[in-house]
Design a protein around this ligand. Structure first.
Ligand code: HEM
Length: 540
């Protein structure tokens, strides 16, 4: 029986189940919406009439939550900013849990912070540690690393524009790895970088909703022997990949400390205070791993969506170029301090986040107590998704919601239709909410702000031309990867430096950063060293 048929059957059972449940308990539960196939996954980006917006329509019929009952659990999809504020923020003490994930736990052994239960003391310890390295003040200390890596990103794009996707992934991985482990990686093909992205691809595939039978909702499915249970086999592979990489990264830091070659990286502090913090080797390894996972693909998703938007909507780029030429000019690189004087660039940033949020349904929360909203009740143990996509594309909030149209943010602060009640609105919706809100927002903002200004200052993004028909190749703005975190699939484009002088300025900035780079290059392998030698030779 295929997954879609299973889903329909489950949803039908759910409809009956919740009815009996409600009548039995004499409580006013959210009535279930119509079943959706596939349940949550795989349908993020089918235009308009599909998943997230359907959730929005159905939810509106019942007052802004779309809910359904599957097996013995309720899944609620919050589809208004008011519901998010009330349920995730105001009642955050009861909605900060994560749903049980047998597959996740099989991979990580329960030590992954983003999946940990809210009453697990290890979650609080890990979250405190993660927050300590990502405060606003700490991010100011990380800024030189971010800036230097952005300069390499520009240089990589000049050198090989058709590998933009890879350059961006290298950049995000290298930034977070430098901060956490004190180790940077100059090539996408650097072993740790490719190991990481190979693992992430497999990990995302494994966790994709709908890919495997719903074992958490129907625990009887766990009895299926391993040779027939693909999820068990795949979990083992991902576990090995994670262990290999995360323990290796940790051990390299230990080695450096033993040789008294510390560079002030986060993991050095953690290793030195391990006993005080109560962290064993595995928890430390996963603490680093969760930061790599949180920091790498999300920011890469933003930078790839920006690329797509600039190629698909050239009139937007033209306005940004005009603004950057007026405020920054051709004789210097933009800085973070320029951002307040660049309202149109800021509007582009907000529009990319609105148009293509990196995590369209956030990460699932779970309730540890009955939660009330709008006169209805969500039972204890409900799984709760924030429908970031649906809210960001709600036609009642946003005019022309499917269009990439930064000017909406020039018209008013939130980019919304006139007259919309914004009292419960939070601009940080794309970062989730409540006690689980993304701890990486400061680092992400610096990256996103600086790179947007720098990319648009340095380059023109253009459509490629079909070599046979000579027609421009318009990218498909719906062609995205599937899963909880999304990314545009590779598409043809040309990225052209805006002037020779700008290339010179980037090259000079790269040379100026050489001392900073070398601080973080003590663990490179022979291939990376050879690559760096030839790069510096070509620049001298
Ligand atoms: C544009 C960039 C980013 C976006 C859109 C983003 C989005 C999110 C979202 C939606 C969540 C789930 C929040 C919730 O459960 O309500 C999350 C959690 C998380 N993010 Fe981010 N994130 C970004 C960057 C980062 C960075 C740079 C880091 C760290 C270096 C990071 C680390 C984490 C961690 C550790 C969690 C799990 C928190 C927990 O479960 O307690 N994120 N992020």
């Amino acid at each position: 029986m295929n997954a879609d048929v299973v889903t329909v059957l489950l949803a039908l059972c759910a409809t009956v189940g919740i009815y009996v449940f409600n009548v039995g308990r004499r409580k006013k539960f959210y009535p279930p919406g119509p079943p959706t196939v596939p349940l949550l996954g795989n349908a993020h980006l089918v235009p308009n009439e599909y998943a997230h917006l359907r959730f929005t329509e159905w939810a509106r019929a019942y007052g802004d939550i779309y809910s359904l009952m599957v097996g013995n659990g309720v899944i609620a999809i919050l589809t208004s900013h008011k519901a998010v504020k009330e349920i995730i923020d105001v009642q955050g003490n009861y909605t900060a849990d994560r749903p049980q994930t047998t597959i996740g736990d099989t991979v990580t052994g329960g030590v992954h912070m983003a999946q940990a239960h809210s009453d697990d003391p290890r979650w609080s310890i890990l979250r405190r540690a993660v927050r300590s390295v990502l405060t606003k003040q700490k991010c100011e200390e990380h800024w030189p690393i971010q800036r230097a890596e952005s300069v390499q990103l520009m240089r990589d794009i000049i050198h090989d524009p058709h590998s933009y996707h890879k350059h961006v992934k290298r950049y995000t991985f290298s930034v977070i790895s430098s901060i956490v482990y004190g180790a940077r990686f100059p090539r996408f093909d650097s072993k740790e970088c490719t190991d990481f992205y190979n693992m992430i691809d497999k990990w995302s595939e494994l966790m994709e909703p709908g890919r495997h039978p719903p074992i958490d909702l129907l625990p009887v499915l766990k009895l299926i022997p391993e040779r027939f249970a693909l999820w068990r086999q795949e979990s083992k592979v991902v576990r090995q990949m994670q262990h290999h990489l995360y323990f290796h990264m940790l051990d390299c830091v230990r080695g450096r400390l033993a040789r008294s070659e510390g560079v002030g990286a986060f993991m050095e502090d953690i290793i030195q205070t391990q006993d005080q913090l109560g962290l064993d080797r595995e928890l430390m390894a996963y603490l680093g791993g969760v930061l790599l996972e949180g920091g790498a693909d999300t920011t890469a998703s933003y930078l790839n969506s920006l690329h797509l938007a600039m190629v698909a909507f050239p009139e937007v780029q033209k306005k940004a170029h005009e603004e950057l030429d007026r405020v920054v000019g051709p004789d210097r690189l933009p800085t973070l301090e320029d951002i307040p004087s660049l309202p149109y660039v800021r509007a582009i940033i907000r529009e990319v986040h609105r148009w293509r949020p990196a995590a369209p349904l956030g990460l699932p929360h779970a309730s540890t107590q009955e939660v009330q909203y709008n006169g209805y009740v969500l039972p204890k143990g409900s799984t709760i998704f924030i429908n970031i996509w649906g809210i960001n594309h709600d036609p009642e909030l946003f005019e022309r919601p499917e269009d990439f149209w930064p000017d909406r943010f020039m018209k008013n602060e939130h980019g919304m239709r006139d007259g919309v009640d914004v009292s419960a609105w939070r601009d940080k919706l794309i970062f989730g909410g409540g006690k689980r809100v993304c701890p990486g927002t400061n680092l992400a903002h610096n990256s996103v702000n600086f790179n947007t200004a720098l990319l648009l200052w340095a380059f023109t993004f253009e459509q490629s031309v079909d070599p046979v028909t000579k027609r421009p190749l318009t990218p498909d703005v719906w062609d995205y990867t599937k899963g909880l975190f999304i990314m545009p699939n590779k598409f043809p484009s040309e990225i052209v430096p805006r002037s020779r002088a700008r290339v010179e300025l980037i090259t000079q900035s790269l040379r100026d950063s050489s001392a900073l780079y070398s601080q973080f290059e003590t663990q490179l392998d022979a291939d990376d060293k050879t690559y760096l030698e030839s790069t510096w030779r070509s620049l001298s």
